[in-house]
Design a protein around this ligand. Structure first.
Ligand code: ADP
Ligand code: MG
Length: 208
């Protein structure tokens, strides 16, 4: 995976965010402030513009510009969380011209660690962690099991989707939704939903 392939991944993520903007906003209106769709759509539109203008040469450079752009254009909780995730991925990617499957998995693990470092979420808090952590674990497990990357990333997507669905009955313990207490139960978490699009975009663009 070179810079162009990672740019294709982010382009597909931006497309999924844009086409599901109303869904993300609707989910955030139930347990937040109805801005998750517009926040991420604005951020990813800015990311695509930056990548097109600058054509960063390496995977790390693409990821770093993405993280920096998200931090500066997306407000709220999710801007710093997604921003930190991509900046940590950039560091993990190193200076090589390409990332292989295990290299991408290592970078995605670093992204998860960044989300935790910034937001202190643990499993069951009803956040993006609850979809991203199972995806990262499934990707690592499948690669360790000797599966090819395209199968491993599909397994990661299925784990993310299950994790996303599992947020519905949870009572939120982090972020804005936690202000609702028990009333946050019965709604799917917006951030777990958007991060599943990130993994879906990876499955669509990084295999083969
Ligand atoms: P805000 O809550 O500031 O309006 P967004 O609506 O853009 O920001 O994002 C909300 C999402 O951010 C939530 O659905 C949740 O998944 C995620 N989130 C909030 N706080 C945390 C946290 N501490 N750790 C991980 N994810 C979090
Ligand atoms: Mg919000």
């Amino acid at each position: 995976m070179n810079a162009a392939v990672l740019t294709a991944w982010l382009t597909e993520f931006a497309r999924l965010v844009s086409s599901h903007r109303d869904l993300l906003t609707e989910l955030d209106s139930a347990i937040g402030d109805a801005d998750h769709g517009s926040n991420l759509d604005r951020g990813m539109t800015a990311v695509l513009a930056t990548l097109e203008k600058e054509s960063p040469p390496t995977p790390a450079a693409v990821l770093k510009r993405t993280g920096m752009t998200l931090v500066s254009t997306v407000g709220g909780a999710s801007g710093p969380l997604y921003g930190t995730a991509f900046l940590r991925m950039a560091t993990a990617a190193g200076d090589d011209d390409t990332l292989d499957g295990p290299g991408f998995a290592k970078a995605l693990r670093a992204a998860l660690d960044g989300v935790v470092a910034r937001g202190k979420a643990v499993a069951g808090d009803k956040t993006m962690y609850d979809a991203l952590a199972p995806a990262v674990d499934a990707l690592d497990a499948a690669l360790a099991d000797g599966q090819p990357f395209d199968e491993a990333i599909d397994a990661a997507l299925r784990a993310a989707e299950q994790g996303r669905e599992a947020t519905t009955p949870m009572v939120a313990r982090k972020g804005r939704a936690s202000y609702l207490g028990e009333r946050s139960a019965g709604h799917q978490d917006p951030g777990a939903t958007s991060v599943t699009f990130l993994i879906a975009a990876a499955a669509a663009t990084l295999s083969g």
